[in-house]
Design a protein around this ligand. Structure first.
Ligand SMILES: Nc1ncnc2c1ncn2[C@@H]1O[C@H](COP(=O)(O)OP(=O)(O)O)[C@@H](O)[C@H]1O
Ligand SMILES: O=P(O)(O)OC[C@H](O)CO
Length: 500
């Protein structure tokens, strides 16, 4: 770090856009640049991204944000990376070219591979050693699919010519010109190939999925110098922080202590609770995952991953044409007193936690002649809150901790109706962070700590105190009656797409 290093840049590579955000020493945001990229849906239930477009948009936002803020490369102390997790890229180590599109976390194409692993009796092994459920969500079966379906891929992989990475790994590889093939504990813990107890790649799973170990990156902590990227004027900047986006948000929300939890309302909804230095197994359909690896230690989390959050509002906007803008959903939902008995289950890509049903599909039930557009919009927002209630109930039981406060963030947390309804359904205070970019803040903080830009996380504390608090006010009986209706609706969506 040079004398003039006054900023940290966080690269936030999300499901729908790539962003670069500059933080100053007071943890204030001084620049943001964002670019959306193409979502590719080759078949029903399949989702892909072009890895070169991910890289191009991410790289462009990095240059743009510095230009817009008038900040020189020499003023950047370090770069932190946070990313959509599980999304799988496989590329040729010699040419640096991907051999297939990135298979996105939402993609369901490997449901059959999962079924076959279940038949081989791998389900318990996966849960006990990776903390995950055997679901197409995670990277392992996506790598297997690429090796089985791309011409010549398996042969190349066995010769050691192919590399695998989640998006963090791909970006570090590109940023360092192919010199560095690494990931961090949080991203590794989402591959279904990483043993979260031994903190090593798991040979049994590699064998079961027939994935050569030579494809895998080296696993590092979340805060250290992994390599350097050369930017304008031949100036090198260290890449010094990596965390999957949901773990970065947990860190950015300052959930450093056991029992603290956050929920992020983005494309999906991801609730994570820090459970301290020992992994807590789930018996209620949650994931055990790594929260962060820092200073030679690893902290674990319980996670409830809900696949459709804000994306269901995008569906109202783009496919149904019921709103012009996601934010308008608040206005229409507030025009009616309730959803008039309508429930919407947004199982468009199956259901994640706590149900894990890859064959569930979306449904709207309870329609009567009086049901109108406002009720459907309201029911869609309510579904986001109901899904998070399912997850929180499971989490409190697994952790044996009663939560009094849930920290929230993400695009859809701007919706006041949703946040109030969420507080009502959970019966806990919902605290919306005063830090608008918690995910990026987490990544910036991890990078800043590694290069001594910050000595501790205190720089972020004051900003967090500007929070908005939503307190439960709906009578308990009404809450339970509405929630019962949700549980009934949800049952109607299960196994819809399966032959049995
Ligand atoms: N006011 C709002 N009400 C409801 N949903 C919203 C609102 N604003 C944004 N969203 C939803 O939030 C999501 C975007 O949030 P963001 O945190 O940027 O997501 P991601 O990081 O997953 O791309 C979109 O799916 C959008 O529909
Ligand atoms: O990119 P986001 O914010 O939708 O997050 C995606 C998650 O990391 C998927 O596990």
């Amino acid at each position: 770090m040079t004398q003039e290093s006054r900023y940290i840049v966080a690269l936030d590579q999300g499901t729908t856009s790539s962003r670069s955000i500059i933080f100053d020493h007071d943890a204030q945001i001084v620049g943001i640049s964002q670019r959306e990229f193409t979502q590719i849906y080759p078949r029903a239930g399949w989702v892909e991204h072009d890895p070169m477009e991910i890289w191009a948009t991410q790289n462009a936002t990095l240059t743009e944000v510095l230009d817009k803020a008038g900040i020189g490369v020499e003023e950047v102390a370090a770069i932190g990376i946070t990313n959509q997790r599980e999304t799988t890229v496989v590329w040729d180590r010699h040419t640096g070219k991907p051999i297939y599109n990135a298979i996105v976390w939402q993609c369901r194409r490997t449901a059959e591979i999962c079924e076959s692993l279940k038949k081989q009796g791998m389900e318990d092994y996966v849960r006990e050693n990776t903390g995950l459920v055997l679901d197409p969500y995670f990277s392992g079966t996506k790598i297997r699919w690429i090796l089985d379906n791309v011409d010549g891929a398996r042969e190349k992989a066995e010769k050691g010519d192919l590399l695998f990475g989640t998006v963090d790994t791909w970006l570090v590889w590109k940023l360092t010109n192919g010199r560095t093939h690494v990931t961090d504990y949080t991203n590794a813990s989402r591959t279904m190939l990483f043993n979260i107890k031994t903190l090593e790649w798991d040979e049994t799973l590699l064998e079961a999925l027939q994935i050569p170990r030579s494809m895998l990156p080296e696993v590092k902590s979340c805060s250290e110098i992994y390599g350097k990227t050369t930017l304008r004027n031949n100036i090198s900047v260290p890449i010094a922080g990596i965390a999957g986006d949901q773990q970065a948000a947990l860190f950015g929300q300052q959930c450093y202590e056991k029992g603290m939890a956050k929920n992020t309302y983005g494309t999906g909804c991801f609730m994570l609770m820090n459970t301290g230095e020992t992994p807590v197994p789930s018996s209620h359909g949650l994931l055990t995952t790594i929260a962060y690896g820092l200073n030679g230690k690893v902290n674990y989390a319980l996670e409830g991953s809900v696949f459709m959050g804000g994306a269901s509002i995008q569906w109202l906007r783009d496919e149904m044409g019921l709103v012009r803008d996601s934010a308008d959903s608040e206005y229409f939902a507030s025009k009616v007193d309730d959803a008039n008995g309508v429930y919407m289950v947004p199982a468009f890509t199956g259901l994640g936690a706590p149900y894990w049903d890859a064959h569930a599909r979306g449904t709207i039930v309870g329609l009567t002649r009086g049901a109108n557009r406002n009720h459907i919009i309201r029911a869609t927002l309510e579904a986001i809150a109901y899904q998070s209630r399912d997850v929180l109930d499971a989490m409190q039981q697994d952790a044996g901790i009663e939560l009094h406060q849930l920290r929230v963030d993400g695009g859809a947390s701007a919706n006041e109706f949703l946040m109030q309804f969420q507080a009502d359904m959970l019966g806990v205070d919902v605290v919306r962070s005063g830090i608008t970019e918690t995910t990026a803040a987490g990544a910036a903080c991890l990078a800043g700590l590694a290069v001594g830009f910050w000595d501790s996380v205190d720089a972020f504390k004051q900003k967090a105190s500007d929070a908005s608090i939503f307190t439960a006010s709906m009578p308990a009986e009404e809450v339970e009656q509405r929630y019962k209706g949700w549980q009934k609706a949800l049952k109607r969506s299960l196994a819809w797409n399966s032959d049995d």
